[in-house]
Design a protein around this ligand. Structure first.
Ligand code: XMP
Length: 520
């Protein structure tokens, strides 16, 4: 995508765990910002970026150490406001003539209270309640002498320079983390900062939609685009946006691998064909996928088979669309943020994830990624803006490998049919109790276990199933949902009465970690 024409804020990332949260807080204020690792930010980079303000993030390094990360010196010469946070404060002091010391006995981790000095400062206007505000600290080193031109506006017991500023140059620095939840009024501080910097708050979804459509038209010209549609929020919003930009130059491919939920394929296809009159290939590939999965019970093997076939099938249909030069993908901003990692080394593969956003570049198609500037909740807001029904925008995530990973052990058509029915009853119950929007994801898992039961006067020997429902913010961690006993009892009764093939229902109360959300 070409450069955003909105007011732009540059966040220089020094590797804090919570840098992304700074971006979240700013986006909530309708401010366009980008996170870039410090290694990439040169003087030339800043000139090209044309920031209206700059933020230095926190980070795990110590400015006292040789070769610790620095922003380019020129960052201080552009005349734009700068906010330094934690490490960002220390690096700012170090570079402008202050001093930083190792924290012998003065390290602070966790909750602390900052007290305001008597003087006014625009950054903290209307911020302090009772002259004291709770903040979150996480620092070993501390500033021991502030740079010339700076004054102190807030202190905490272990951070005498908790809030400092050089108001002439509009340089601000705080020792704590205003972006985290545990600094309850932190958002106000960002609001003040962007006001001081003169941001107009022009980053709205309406504006984004216009700009994205314009960019897609310029990128694509009169060429054709294909899009893998899963029915999930990201691919749906991508498809609708691209269709709005270039109409029937777009063809979507929906792959039915036989591992979808009850009525899912027909609902997705109807919604896109009827509401949006979009050219859509409904690829019926159940035989291919279920055939290849026959006899397979290892989770990773199952995932790899599905991922590989998905690419083959997509390629087959893409080849049929003459003149297709572009692939539209629902890549999101968290996928493209190249955050600084100090942990080093590749992380352990827990599961081989697959989704329609992961189609390989080697397909020889150029990418159109109109959501790559957006966070998930912004994608939902854009979906609203584009008129997608709430029922679609609020859907729970559904994994690319579908029901295959909710059917531990060997997958059979019989088990899939039973699972689909049980899942539909569970979701219906959740909707009846109006819990759907409080839950991140809910589904049924069918176990490769038969148990003995008694129904009427007869013995049954049927499958056991598990209900799984979790709350989560981003799928990285999760808690089981605290259903009432009434809900659980009623749901178990309904499943056993309405679904032939299940005679026992259990509820999974494992959080993530140590569990994962899906069972495979
Ligand atoms: P886990 O099971 O790893 O899942 O705790 C976290 C989130 O990711 C979803 N998930 C997937 N999504 N392709 C996807 O598009 C996949 O292969 C995949 N595996 C898991 C899962 O449903 C949950 O929301």
């Amino acid at each position: 995508m070409t450069k955003s024409t909105h007011d732009r804020l540059l966040i220089i990332d020094f590797g804090s765990q919570v840098t992304q949260l700074i971006a979240r807080r700013l986006r909530e204020l309708n401010v366009y910002c980008e996170v870039h690792p410090f290694q990439n930010v040169t003087e030339k980079f800043i000139i090209n970026f044309e920031p209206k303000a700059i933020i230095f993030s926190g980070g795990p390094a110590s400015v006292i150490d040789k070769d610790s990360p620095r922003p380019p010196k020129a960052a201080f010469d552009f005349g734009v406001p700068i906010l330094g946070i934690c490490y960002g404060q220390q690096v700012m002091m170090e570079m402008l003539g202050g001093k930083v010391e190792r924290g012998h006995g003065t390290a602070e981790f966790g909750r602390a209270y900052v007290t305001s000095s008597a003087q006014n400062l625009d950054l903290i206007e209307n911020w302090f309640e009772n002259d004291r505000e709770q903040v979150w600290m996480s620092h070993g080193d501390h500033v021991s002498q502030i740079a010339p031109g700076f004054e102190v506006y807030g202190t905490s017991p272990n951070a005498p320079f908790a809030i400092i500023a050089d108001t002439d140059r509009r340089f601000y620095a705080v020792q704590f983390h205003p972006e985290v939840h545990h600094t309850p009024s932190g958002a106000k501080l960002y609001e003040n900062f962007v006001r001081v910097a003169g941001f107009s708050g022009d980053w709205t979804m309406g504006a984004y939609r216009e700009q994205a459509i314009d960019t897609i038209r310029k990128e694509v010209g009169d060429k054709k685009v294909i899009c893998g549609l899963s029915g999930g929020v990201d691919s749906s919003v991508t498809a609708v946006l691209v269709h709005e930009a270039i109409g029937d130059q777009l063809t979507c491919v929906f792959v039915d691998h036989g591992l979808l939920r009850k009525n899912e394929a027909s609902e997705v296809v109807r919604m896109f064909r009827e509401n949006y009159h979009m050219p859509l290939i409904n690829a019926q590939e159940e035989e291919l996928f279920l055939g290849a999965l026959e006899g397979q019970s290892d989770p990773e093997t199952k995932r790899k088979i599905i991922g590989g076939l998905f690419i083959d099938v997509f390629q087959k249909y893409a080849d049929q669309i003459e003149g297709a030069e572009f692939l539209a993908q629902g890549t999101l901003y968290p996928d493209v943020i190249e955050s600084v990692s100090f942990s080093g080394g590749p992380s352990v593969t827990i599961k081989s994830h697959h989704n329609v956003g992961g189609l390989p570049g080697k397909m020889g198609l150029k990418l159109v990624e109109p959501l790559r500037d957006l966070f998930k909740d912004e994608v939902r807001a854009l979906g609203h803006e584009l008129g997608l029904p709430d029922s679609f925008i609020g859907r729970h995530p559904f994994p690319g490998p579908g029901l295959a990973i909710r059917c531990p052990g060997e997958i059979t058509r019989q088990k899939l049919d039973i699972l689909r029915e049980a899942d539909a009853v569970f979701i219906d119950q959740i909707q009846r109790y109006r819990l759907y929007d409080d839950i991140w994801q809910a589904f049924v898992v069918i176990l490769p276990v038969r148990t003995v039961g008694v129904m009427g006067d007869g013995r049954t020997y049927d499958f056991a199933c598990v209900l799984r429902a979790v709350t989560s913010v981003d799928g990285m961690t999760a808690d089981y949902y605290p259903f009432s006993h009434e809900f659980l009892g009623e749901t178990a009764t309904r499943i056993i009465n309405e679904v032939q093939g299940i005679n026992r229902v259990t509820y999974d109360i494992t959080s993530k970690p140590p569990g994962t959300i899906e069972w495979e």
